[in-house]
Design a protein around this ligand. Structure first.
Ligand code: TMP
Length: 190
C-alpha cells in the first residue's frame, strides 16, 4: 500500500492518479482510493464536511475513523488480498496531522483509533508532497473540482502551518516509510 499525504493543494490527487496510471500501464494490478471517499460512508462524510461547520474536533475525529474502518474492511483489505497495489490519496497520517497537530487532539488517542480502524494496517510507503502552505491554499482555492472541503480550507493559515509541520515531524520520525518530495516543481518533475 502506497499513500500520498500533504496539506491543501499539494498535488496529492494528481500524483496519486498518475502513479495509478503508471502502475496500470506496467501491468501491475492497482486500486486507487481516497479519504474521505471511496465508500458510501466516505462519500457521505465528504459531503458532510463541505456544508457542516459546527462539528466538534472529537466528533470530526470519530467520523474520519468510522469512514476509514469501512474503507479498510470493505475495500482496501480485499484489494490487497487479491494481490493489488493500493494507492491512497490520504490515510491515517492525515488524521494525525489535521486532528492531532492541527486541532490539538491527543496524538496517542489518534494512534490507537487509527490502529483500531485499520486493524493494524500501515502503508509500505508514504509520499509527502511538500508545498509552502500559502501557495497550496491558493492552488486549492482555484480548483473547481469537488476535492477538498471548504471546512478545512477556510481555517486560518496558522492551522495549516501546524498541519504542515505535523506532516514533516511524522516523516522525520519514520524515515524508512516516508518519502518527502518537493511539490513546488512542475508535475512531471515531481
Ligand atoms: P482533500 O480531498 O483535499 O484531501 O480533502 C479532504 C479534507 O479532509 C482535507 O481538508 C483534509 C481533511 N482530512 C482530515 O482532516 N482528517 C483526515 O483524517 C482526512 C482523511 C482528511
Amino acid at each position: 500500500m502506497i499513500t500520498f499525504e500533504g496539506s491543501e493543494g499539494s498535488g496529492k490527487s494528481t500524483h496519486a492518479a498518475r502513479l495509478e496510471a503508471r502502475l496500470r500501464e506496467a501491468g501491475v494490478p492497482v486500486l486507487l482510493v481516497r479519504e474521505p471517499g471511496s465508500t458510501e460512508l466516505g462519500q457521505y462524510l465528504r459531503e458532510w464536511l463541505k456544508r457542516e461547520k459546527t462539528t466538534v474536533p472529537l466528533a470530526e475525529l470519530f467520523l474520519f475513523e468510522a469512514a476509514r474502518a469501512q474503507l479498510v474492511q470493505d475495500v482496501i483489505r480485499p484489494a490487497l488480498k487479491s494481490g493489488k497495489v493500493v494507492v491512497a490519496d490520504r490515510f491515517t497520517d492525515s488524521t494525525l496531522a489535521y486532528q492531532g497537530f492541527g486541532r490539538g487532539l491527543d496524538i496517542g488517542l489518534i494512534r490507537r483509533l487509527n490502529d483500531a480502524a485499520t486493524a493494524g494496517l500501515v502503508p509500505d510507503v508514504t509520499i509527502l508532497l511538500d508545498v509552502p502552505v500559502v501557495a497550496g491554499l491558493e492552488r486549492a482555492a482555484n480548483r473547481s473540482d469537488d476535492a477538498g472541503s471548504r471546512k478545512f480550507e477556510d481555517l486560518p493559515v496558522e492551522f495549516h502551518e501546524k498541519v504542515a509541520a505535523g506532516f514533516r515531524a511524522l516523516a522525520a520520525k519514520e524515515r524508512k516509510r516516508w518519502l518527502v518530495v518537493d511539490s513546488t516543481r512542475d508535475q512531471d518533475a515531481v
